[in-house]
Write a protein that binds this ligand. Structure first.
Ligand code: NAD
Length: 329
């Protein structure tokens, strides 16, 4: 039986990935500083460890016979509201997490190591207009990410690269996610991202009335990938022959404005009229989209779940969460 380690297994993507690897017959160890918030983990073993501690990382990566596959998802992260206000905390925690994880994996010896990077690595200068040109992997340099979160991701890609280059990690992957959404993701409390925040705000507006707040003019653009595409992509990238440490985008390439995203969710919610109030708030870059040429080249595949299909179960799940939390009256 193959063994897999998933760090950040208490989080959104980690929770889904544990489920998937269990379906595929892996023995799975999950590691996180917290247990999954929305339901029990399917992992065979779940260790509560703080990967900022070197000994904790050694413990996480050590298992009799060694891990075949390791997925490094742990990060101190959130949506724009969080990452634009916690630069020092994010760069400190995430660098420690990734330095310790890569070092422990190399010391202990693992089969394959997959690092989850982000589209936030791309230079701000290439993302200043709403109809932005999709971002290719080689555009990450010369580097100028907007936030500390992006600088850390870029640095950790390099850390993984150097450990691989010197033969200390034999097989590595760096995956640059573009926004991922779906059920079991953070939907409230300040760390949620735009799709989840809009689902919650629209559910409240449907049940209690009032306008839906959008940060800025709402014309800022992004692409959004459903969690099922994300998990399928992760598995395919891990298995892709010849990819090794070259960072690869994993995202959808359909760009929408935040106003458009709100309209799609409002339709799903059956709202007859969407009343929006544009308020001050962090907006991040003006436009961002994924160039999937390289992804297609290496996998012969790209994410394809439409926003309309992916947001329906997401909205329904968040509406139910908000109801249970007493937000809908
Ligand atoms: P998440 O916040 O839901 O999960 C991250 C998990 O890491 C959390 O459960 C958190 O408790 C855990 N963690 C934080 N500090 C830790 C520590 N010191 N030790 C152990 N665990 C710790 O985020 P997610 O959406 O599941 O993202 C997973 C990965 O993908 C992250 O590395 C993130 O930066 C990256 N990413 C996600 C997106 C997205 O849209 N969700 C986009 C780009 C990149």
């Amino acid at each position: 039986m193959k063994k897999a380690l998933i760090t950040g297994a208490g989080g959104f993507i980690g929770h889904h990935l544990v489920n998937r690897l269990k379906e595929r017959g892996y023995w799975v160890r999950g590691v996180d500083i917290k247990r999954p918030e929305f339901g029990e983990t399917a992992a065979d073993e779940f260790l509560m460890l703080d990967l900022r501690e070197r000994e904790a990382a050694e413990q996480a990566f050590t298992v009799p016979g060694g891990f075949d596959d390791t997925y490094a998802l742990a990060a101190d992260m959130g949506g724009m509201g969080f990452i634009s206000a916690h630069h020092a905390e994010i760069i400190h925690s995430n660098l420690l997490i990734n330095l310790n994880s890569v070092h422990a994996a190399a010391n202990v010896g693992v089969g394959r190591y997959l690092y989850t990077s982000s589209a936030c690595v791309y230079p701000s200068g290439a993302q200043q207009v709403t109809d932005v040109t999709p971002l290719r992997e080689d555009q990450a340099y010369p580097a100028d990410p907007e936030d500390a979160y992006g600088w850390e991701k870029l640095t950790s890609e390099k850390i993984v690269h150097y450990y691989n280059m010197e033969g200390r990690l034999p097989v590595v992957r760096s995956v640059r996610f573009h926004n991922v959404y779906g059920p079991l993701g953070t939907w409230d409390g300040g760390r949620e991202k735009a799709p989840a925040a809009l689902c919650r705000k629209i559910a409240v507006a449907v049940h209690k009335g009032g306008p839906v707040e959008i940060w800025g003019d709402g014309e800022q653009t992004r692409s959004f990938m459903h969690i099922d595409d994300c998990i399928e992509g992760l598995e395919k990238i891990m298995d892709a022959e010849g990819l090794n440490d070259a960072p690869v985008n994993l995202g959808r390439d359909r760009m929408v404005s935040i106003n458009e995203l709100a309209r799609i969710i409002a339709n799903i919610a059956g709202m007859s009229e969407l009343v929006v109030e544009h308020v001050d708030g962090p907006q991040g870059v003006r436009g961002r989209n994924s160039d999937n040429t390289f992804l297609n080249e290496v996998l012969g595949w790209e994410p394809s779940i439409t926003l309309e299909d992916g947001l329906r179960p997401t909205y329904e799940w968040i509406e139910q969460q908000a109801k249970t939390a007493g937000l809908l009256g």
